[in-house]
Design a protein around this ligand. Structure first.
Ligand code: SF4
Length: 437
């Protein structure tokens, strides 16, 4: 019975969103039901992200705001999970006397015991890394309410140590989940009515590379495609250096594989890619894009770019803009470089004025807005197959994602939910389409 209330805030990547769903399911077993009101909550949990600079301060500020709900002796548990919890650990408990729990990225399975302890007044921090096969049994599996599109975690962690990135330090070593467990979960999801799966991992396409007895990621995609009931497959996040010809070939002959790929370049300059330790060059990145487009001419690409990396010259930045011209991203997540504690790049001299970094970001985003508009308008008048997932933006509308991963709103009956519908695109917006059946 749900007789206690849980207030949660989730920051950062899809891995955190997935972990938060898992937390909700585990705490429901302890009687916690979700609430949007921190004042009435018996437990407050922040699932945090530390990818960007200022992540720690943001968490401390948010906790300072939330502590007001824990006064006058009110028995309320305050907990922090995710990457800032992993990074700060005991330090958080030491600095914040009103904080009860710190749960690291490898320790979610301990949450029920930790919460029971906190209900008895214990304060605990659990941030040990589990870098052995025990972790194979700790992967999140089906959680949360049933939906038509579900994330399926296939691997965790990262061994790439890009010079600017904190993820390997807070998510631990790469580990590939047993393919048998993944396929069983996907079959279960198909039985539950799920039509689309999104294979998830920090470096999803390095799946199986270090697990000798597991299939390659390309083979795994084909095995998932063989499962009846699953009609669409996506995956995120890919690393360009692990974008094998075998995987690229899947975009040519696996019809269930969606025509959309997220392939973070981070920079268009070899000099900057070298400083970042990305493990590929501008040309090898473009080569993969050209191969993808040759096999799947209607494929759309999204990406990530960091501007203002230490040592980035105006020429380097121009290289990034020209890479964008060649790739034509439909969407791009762009950030100003921010040093992260413990990373190699944090030791680099970073004397570029903030104004220069922000000006480069503005120019980049302006070019991207132009590309997004240009690409999106090419769909107007065309028909797109949409998996209807629920109500649309306006009354009488339903919505869902087309093959390229963009939301389409159109007038239609709610009974269409769960079915694939051919929709004619009549208007393109920056992040969605308006259509008609
Ligand atoms: S591949 Fe690089 S950027 Fe991506 S998570 Fe790993 S270290 Fe970070």
């Amino acid at each position: 019975m749900l007789n206690k209330l849980l207030y949660m805030e989730t920051f950062g990547c899809q891995m955190n969103v997935n972990d938060s769903e898992r937390i909700v399911t585990m705490l429901a077993d302890l009687g916690y039901g979700p609430t949007n009101d921190p004042a009435s909550a018996d437990m407050i949990l922040l699932n945090t992200c530390s990818v960007r600079g200022g992540a720690e301060e943001k968490v401390y500020r948010r906790l300072a705001n939330l502590r007001i709900y824990k006064r006058d002796g009110k028995k309320q548990i305050i907990a922090v999970g995710g990457c800032v919890a992993q990074q700060e650990g005991e330090e958080l408990l030491r600095k914040l006397p009103y904080l009860d729990l710190v749960i690291g990225t490898h320790n979610l399975h301990l949450l029920p015991d930790l919460v029971r302890g906190a209900e008895r007044g214990e304060r605990r921090s659990e941030t040990s890394f589990i870098d052995n096969d025990q972790r194979l049994d700790l992967f999140p599996s089906i959680t949360g309410e049933s939906r038509l599109s579900r994330f399926v975690t296939v691997m965790q962690g990262c061994d790439n140590f890009c010079s600017y990135c904190i993820v390997p330090f807070v998510r631990g070593r790469e580990i590939s989940r047993r393919s048998a467990d993944i396929l069983n979960e996907v079959r279960q999801l198909a039985d539950d009515g799920v039509r689309e799966v999104i294979l998830l991992g920090q470096n999803v396409n390095s799946y199986g590379l270090k697990a000798g007895n597991e299939p390659t990621f390309a083979e795994l995609v084909r095995q998932v495609a063989d499962i009846d009931g699953i009609d669409r497959i996506r995956f995120t996040t890919s690393h360009p250096k692990d974008m094998s010809d075998e995987l690229i070939a899947c975009f040519g002959d696996v019809p269930k594989l969606s025509g959309q790929i997220h392939l973070p370049a981070q920079s268009g300059s070899d000099a900057v890619l070298g400083l970042m330790g990305r493990g590929y060059t501008r040309d090898s990145y473009l080569d993969k894009i050209y191969k993808l487009k040759a096999l799947r001419p209607d494929i759309v690409v999204t990406g990530d770019i960091i501007v203002g990396f230490p040592g980035e010259t105006e020429q380097d930045f121009e290289q990034t803009l020209s890479l964008m011209e060649k790739v034509r991203y439909i969407d791009l997540f762009s950030f100003v470089y921010s040093p992260r504690p413990g990373t190699k790049a944090a030791e680099l001299r970073d004397d570029m004025p903030r104004a220069v970094k922000m000006a480069r970001l503005d120019r980049l985003m302006e070019l991207q807005r132009f590309h997004t508009r240009e690409i999106s308008t090419t769909y107007v008048g065309n028909v797109m197959t949409v998996l209807v997932e629920g109500e649309g933006k306006l009354p009488g509308q339903v919505s869902g994602k087309g093959d390229i991963g963009r939301i389409v709103n159109f007038t239609g009956d709610i009974s269409l939910v769960g079915s694939f519908v051919d929709v004619k695109i009549i208007k393109a917006y920056p992040n969605s389409f308006l259509g008609e059946i």
